[in-house]
Design a protein around this ligand. Structure first.
Ligand code: PSV
Ligand code: MN
Length: 430
């Protein structure tokens, strides 16, 4: 595919807003300098920041009621990569893709890797899928996978995870994310501890197959598809399993996978403190696992999560290397637009968190000055860091206004003849 978003096209689009950006940047530099912050170092940190695109996020999502396909949807991993490359060429903050198997399996995985290379994309954690039955699958996951009562089903689920590791090695990934839909819908349906024991036994087989430099990310979720109980329901069970498995196992935090009002930033702090934070699936939610765009409902929560992450950076916490990935379902928007917007929201939260005057905050904490401690966070959060993000993009050949630039080329309309509608895509509820 020849992307319309060439360096010349982006440059042309940037021309009109360049002078205004420079003026805004200069003004912000002065404001920050008065607060003792150096805008150039923030710009460099913004440049170095990255969040991975979920391959399944570039397809239109759906609910369990319906899916309304959008125009020119990607039909396979190659087309998904093309869309991911568009997102990165405009935003300059999404250099890698997190694939999901078997949705992204291809006959020739080396060709997938080469296509990613050609588009300038790398690979983040590979995700296994034992929450759906695939065509030609011998045994069903209807009653679970890694924790199933039947050893043969468990073996099949383990084998799939081992296959995912192989595919991931071929791509150059270095982590496997395991989320299972295992659980129960009725009180009494499942023996809680036996189910978890079976999960652990299966997970040990997967863990044993990890290459030396790989990590295993365990993802918890309190409900859905099981509505009474899930086997890995919360971060407590998650971290217990990660501790049982060993050093390479860590706990992944999907922002939508907690009970309403849970203090997620505190969970993040706890996982950091004990060296068990795998990373994130960023998204936002109002009610449950809504998979809404990052920062669209509760941007302050996202900022508070990054406040913990930046605090860890600030204190040079050992082995602190979380993986940042989006995990969203775009049901009513163009997924490319939602992913651009969301990646920028995540980056914005990071840069705002860098603005927190940490030493002042620690002093207020020691003095028990609750109000000033809170205001210290608010001062950073209330700062408009847009000019920093835009300059960081510009430095790397990205768009000053990525959404306007994306719309200017009519990407979907141009692709319609090549990408006719398909009845069903690899993703539905994600
Ligand atoms: C489950 O809701 C989840 O968050 C897991 O990360 C899955 O891999 C992903 O969504 C896609 O279904
Ligand atoms: Mn997730």
């Amino acid at each position: 595919m020849n992307s319309p978003y060439t360096a010349e096209f982006i440059d042309e689009q940037n021309r009109a807003s360049h002078a205004a950006l420079q003026a805004d940047y200069t003004a912000l530099a002065e404001t920050l300098a008065r607060r003792g912050a150096d805008i150039e170092s923030l710009r460099a940190r913004a440049r170095a920041f990255a969040v991975a695109i979920p391959s399944w996020g570039v397809g239109t999502g759906g609910t369990r009621f319906a899916r309304f396909p959008g125009p020119a949807e990607p039909r396979n991993i190659f087309e998904k990569l093309e869309d991911c490359a568009v997102i990165h060429s405009l935003s300059r903050v999404t250099p890698s893709v997190s694939p999901h198997f078997p949705w992204d399996a291809a006959d020739d995985m080396a060709a997938v890797r080469d296509y990613g290379d050609a588009l300038g994309l790398g690979w983040d954690a590979v995700n296994s899928n034992t929450f759906q039955d695939q065509q030609d699958q011998a045994l069903s996951y209807r009653f679970g996978s890694l924790s199933h009562t039947d050893a043969a089903v468990r073996e099949q689920a383990v084998a799939h995870n081992l296959q995912c590791i192989e595919w991931g090695e071929m791509l150059g990934s270095r982590a496997l994310t395991v989320w299972v839909g295992d659980g129960s819908n009725f009180p009494g349906q499942q023996h809680f501890s036996r189910a978890l024991q079976r999960y652990l036994d299966s997970a040990r087989d997967i863990y044993a197959a990890l290459p030396d430099d790989w990590r295993m990310f365990i993802e918890h979720k309190m409900f859905e598809p099981a509505f009474y109980s899930t086997v890995i329901q919360d971060w407590g069970t998650n971290v217990l399993c990660a501790m049982e498995l060993g050093e390479k196992a860590k706990s992944l935090v999907d922002l939508g996978h907690h009970a309403p009002n849970v203090n997620i930033e505190m969970i993040v702090s706890r996982l950091i403190q004990f060296g068990k934070l795998a990373g994130f699936h960023f998204n936002d939610s109002k009610y449950g696992d809504d998979d809404l765009d990052s920062g669209c409902i509760n941007p302050y929560q996202l900022f508070l999560v990054f406040n913990e992450l930046v605090d860890a950076e600030h204190n040079s916490v050992a082995d602190f290397d979380p993986a940042y990935m989006l995990d969203q379902s775009h049901n009513v928007t163009d997924p490319i637009e939602s992913l651009i917007n969301s990646a920028l929201e995540v980056q914005r939260s990071y840069v705002k968190a860098l603005l927190v005057d940490r030493e002042a905050l620690y002093a207020y904490q020691e003095d028990n000055d609750a109000l000033m401690a809170s205001n210290t966070l608010k001062q950073a959060y209330n700062t408009d860091v847009d000019p920093i993000l835009a300059m960081a993009r510009l430095d790397q050949g990205g768009a000053i206004d990525p959404l306007a630039c994306y719309r200017a080329a009519n990407y979907r309309a141009a692709l319609l003849p090549q990408r006719p509608a398909v009845a069903a895509s690899g993703s539905g509820i994600v």
